[in-house]
Design a protein around this ligand. Structure first.
Ligand SMILES: Nc1nc2c(ncn2[C@@H]2O[C@H](COP(=O)(O)OP(=O)(O)OP(=O)(O)O)[C@@H](O)[C@H]2O)c(=O)[nH]1
Ligand SMILES: [Mg+2]
Length: 481
């Protein structure tokens, strides 16, 4: 249900990504924005050393850092004093000559150094342009570029480990290995096509290639099975808090976040929008959403829209937390959303998806006020907590963390961390299954399918067929990366 897009989505050809001139020397701040003790600036391009020397008035040489004074070549103003490091091509991040300036992290220095290098002949880098050059110069393949973006974005320990594994070439090595095996199968098939008269060849080729293709399909499928956990780990597990108005949803959200994220009030219908916060639960990022209360009937159009959004989020989330106030009269029977959805449609019939799914959590609230906790949903667990006193919260938090880890299971060491990888692997698997079916009848057709599969796998590392995704991947970087 998460999958989107039919074949029609591919109709519009992607506009060609703008490729900036590769020969320019590009300049940007590599460290984070704002005031800091030290800021790192990078200059990359064939003329990087020459441009840097216009500022340093001295020789830019080896990697050993040198303390240098930098001047604006137009005004002769002293810009700052700092460390200068030189990386000679191809042994640099971009594969080009690179000069790094480690200067004082003042905004005024940033402005001055920028002006000075521009005057000396550099231009400002586009977002992701350093990584793009690293890719084009063969320093990083596409899977590694993506992993670098993930590492920069990593917020939790497991996200960091996942990104580092990928950056270390886990997926690249796998894709290369698979591709190598396909090339060997292809060579055998082509021998059969080129020398059809050799006695006994067809049977032997089919016999030899068949099990090899089967083995590969099996490996690809095994890796695909871990892709969902990997995606959840990378993007964060989506959890949503649901319940009747005033059930204590926002109070729960605030208690979990340890901050006043959402407004809490005794007025039913306080929360109307979806409010999000991020939690780090034992290394798994959880994107927690608080929602508008689900009432049997909406008071006004805004409340109705709030309920619609809550139900929509419930449908797409990885985990639902249903909050029930045991003392309240209005606790809509939410074990199945059918009743809620039906009432929201004004009593109209029709199919509605289940609201709760196996593994979802049920939370009885306001334990400090008394009341009795009810049962647990099928395949899930129930808790009785007080957001006010914290009673029961530790136990609930432990269960929430365990669920989040279950949902992201295998993600840390997974090969396919992005939809792009999954789609390429699926294309390869489909082509191989087709090849398998044609092996006995038409070796030419089977060979063509094996070739398609190899191409699909090659697109993972960016060896072929990637022009249309390049722009998208590099645009996800900010300037200076
Ligand atoms: N005593 C007690 N009161 C609570 C607890 N949790 C929430 N409340 C109170 O219940 C009322 C509703 O709390 P909210 O957290 O705003 O409930 P909600 O489910 O977000 O409500 P809506 O946004 O209106 O749907 C407020 O007056 C809270 O102070 C609790 O654990 N103990
Ligand atoms: Mg609320």
């Amino acid at each position: 249900m998460r999958r989107s897009g039919g074949p029609g989505e591919r109709d519009a050809p992607p506009s060609p990504p703008e490729v900036p001139a590769a020969g320019d020397a590009i300049f940007a701040r590599a460290s984070g924005a704002g005031k800091a003790g030290v800021a790192v600036y990078r200059l990359s391009g064939p003329r990087a050393f020459e441009i840097a020397e216009k500022l340093s008035r001295g020789k830019i040489a080896g990697r050993a850092p040198r303390l240098m004074r930098l001047y604006d070549p137009l005004t002769d103003d002293l810009v700052d004093e700092g460390l200068v490091l030189a990386f000679r091509a191809p042994k640099s991040f971009t594969g080009e000559d690179v000069v790094e300036f480690h200067l004082h992290g003042a905004r005024a220095v940033e402005a001055a150094i920028g002006q000075a290098v521009l005057a000396a002949g550099a231009r400002l880098a586009e977002p992701g342009e350093y990584a793009r050059r690293a890719f084009l110069n063969g320093r990083l393949d596409l899977a590694e570029v993506e992993a670098l973006a993930d590492l920069i974005d990593a917020e939790t320990s497991l996200q960091r480990k996942q990104a580092l594994g990928q950056f270390g070439g886990r997926l690249s090595a796998l894709a290369e290995d698979w591709k190598g095996r396909l090339v060997a199968i292809l060579a055998a098939l082509e021998a059969e096509i080129d020398f059809p008269d050799e006695e006994g060849v067809p049977a032997s080729v089919a016999a030899g290639a068949g099990p090899k293709i089967d083995a590969l399909v099996g490996e690809i499928e095994a890796r695909l099975a871990g892709a969902e956990g990997a995606r959840r780990l990378r993007e964060g597990v989506e959890a949503v808090i649901l319940g009747a108005p005033n059930a204590g949803k926002s109070s729960l959200m605030n208690a979990l976040a340890g901050a006043d994220v959402a407004i809490v009030s005794p007025v039913a219908g306080t929360t109307r929008d979806v409010i999000e916060t991020r939690l780090d639960l034992g290394g798994v990022a959880v994107l927690l959403a608080d929602t508008a209360g689900l009432a049997a009937a909406a008071g006004d159009a805004v409340e109705a829209e709030g309920m619609r959004r809550a139900l929509a989020r419930a449908g797409t989330a990885d985990l639902r937390i249903l909050v029930i106030d045991p003392l309240a009269n209005e606790n809509p029977p939410l074990f199945s959303s059918a009743s809620v959805a039906t009432e929201m449609r004004g009593g109209g019939g029709g199919e509605a998806p289940e609201l709760l799914r196996p593994g979802d959590l049920l939370l009885y609230s306001k334990r400090d006020l008394g009341g009795a906790a009810g049962g647990a949903p099928e395949g899930g667990a129930a808790f009785h907590v007080s957001a006010k006193t914290g009673a029961g919260m530790a136990e609930f938090l432990k269960a929430l963390e365990a669920r989040a880890h279950d949902l992201a299971a295998g993600g840390e060491g997974a090969a396919f961390t992005r939809l792009r990888h999954v789609e390429a692997a699926r294309r390869a698997g489909d082509a191989l299954r087709r090849a398998r079916g044609r092996l006995d009848q038409a070796a030419e057709l089977a060979a063509e399918d094996v070739r398609l599969a190899a191409r699909a796998l090659a697109s993972i590392t960016g060896a072929v067929d990637v022009e249309d995704v390049l722009g998208e991947i590099f645009a996800s970087f900010c300037i200076g990366k």
